[in-house]
Write a protein that binds this ligand. Structure first.
Ligand SMILES: *Cc1c(COP(=O)(O)O)cnc(C)c1O
Length: 358
């Protein structure tokens, strides 16, 4: 099986090897050390200010999205959500559940965000902006600088779900003035699912300290206090946190963030060029390195997903809802090689020769 989905993705040998070991007890100086090392390395990869903090949540990416929103904003705030697909909609749902007033900038499938669209929302008294910098459901990567300028001009907190973009695309937290950056273990971190993390500016840490969130598990005050000594309030996914540490060290030893990013970008470029002669259309106005969204013309995208899985042992990522038969996505994150790319490109050509891809 070759896995080209957008997460969980394939892990490297070293990550799999430590995943096979017994999970140790964690209230120890050794585990605290590892957690502080994880925090330090995440801050470095995000190019975050040294005064920022990281908490690790045992829960998938959505847990950190919800925790961040409910700890930072209240009923007395108003926020703006960029909604370009199912992950943008998730931020809207979170605001609604927690009764945080929100306005929604809705985009069409595949549409890039422009400054004209944002202009309408100037001077509206928003406390913050919520955005999935790469809307993974449609494969649209927003302009982080454009949103940064908008937030600075309007004195808004800049909250970024970078779950599928972190490591894959350039993102400079300090330069862009990002107040919160969220990511998860199963995307470009290429570890099993179960851990997500919230990186916060000192400004946000202070806001959280002064808010009274109604939650035991998602009280970030508690998480921040414990994280000072490299611990968590409750038992975390210890094994996954150890795998994350191995993965972060591996990125470092293989030449660092830029090398990793270049490699992901080269896989994406190679795939995009490899399907040019097929009746397929890349359907995003602004692509991330992490994913290529592909529209079919005269055949079902979902059927292609099933046939590739059952007959070729290759997993691409189907879309849901209205896009089910129209669009599939190919991920370029995780432990993938150029030979893996060739297998997928060859399989798509074979489907074309068989008259299935048309
Ligand atoms: C994967 C992803 C998430 C998190 O989804 P979970 O299933 O909760 O891990 C959130 N936002 C984006 C943009 C994603 O790609």
């Amino acid at each position: 099986m070759i896995n080209f989905t957008v997460g969980p993705v394939q892990s490297s040998e070293v990550v799999k090897t430590v995943g096979a070991l017994d999970v140790p007890y964690f209230r120890t100086p050794e585990f605290s050390e590892l957690m502080l090392d994880n925090e330090r390395r995440i801050k470095e990869l995000a190019k975050a200010d040294n005064s920022s903090r990281v908490v690790f949540i045992t829960g998938s990416g959505t847990a950190s999205m919800e925790a961040a929103v409910m700890n930072i904003f209240t009923k007395n705030d108003k926020v703006l959500v960029i909604n370009g697909g199912s992950f943008g909609q998730r931020f809207v749902d979170i605001c609604n559940i927690h009764e945080i007033p929100c306005d929604v900038l809705k985009l069409n499938v595949g549409q890039a965000l422009t400054s004209d669209m944002l202009d309408v929302y100037n001077n509206k008294g928003y406390a913050g902006l919520l955005v999935n910098i790469h809307e993974t459901s449609t494969g649209v990567h927003y302009d982080g600088k454009l949103l940064s300028d908008f937030c600075k001009k309007n004195n808004m907190l800049y909250i970024v779900d970078a779950i599928s973009s972190f490591i894959a695309d350039e993102l400079n937290v300090k330069e862009l003035g990002i107040d919160v950056m969220i990511t998860g273990s199963q995307k470009a971190l290429a570890c099993p699912p179960g851990i997500s993390l919230i990186l916060m500016s000192s400004k946000v840490v202070e806001i959280i300290q002064n808010n009274n969130v109604k939650s035991l598990y998602f009280d970030l005050k508690d998480a921040l206090k414990n994280a000072e000594r490299g611990q968590t309030p409750f038992t975390p996914a210890v094994g996954t946190l150890i795998q994350i540490n191995e993965r972060l060290k591996e990125i470092d030893s293989k030449g660092g963030l830029e090398k990793e990013q270049e490699y992901i970008a080269s896989l994406a470029k190679n795939f995009r060029e490899g399907i040019k002669d097929l009746p397929l259309d890349i359907c995003s106005e602004s692509l991330s390195n992490a994913v290529t969204p592909v529209a079919t013309r005269n055949c079902s995208a979902y059927d292609l997903f099933m046939i590739l899985k059952d007959e070729y042992g290759i997993w691409i990522c189907p879309n849901g809802g209205a896009l089910k038969d129209k669009v599939f996505r190919v991920g370029h994150i995780g432990n993938l090689s150029m030979e893996d790319n060739k297998c997928l490109i060859d399989a798509l050509h074979d489907l074309f020769d068989r008259g299935i891809l048309k």
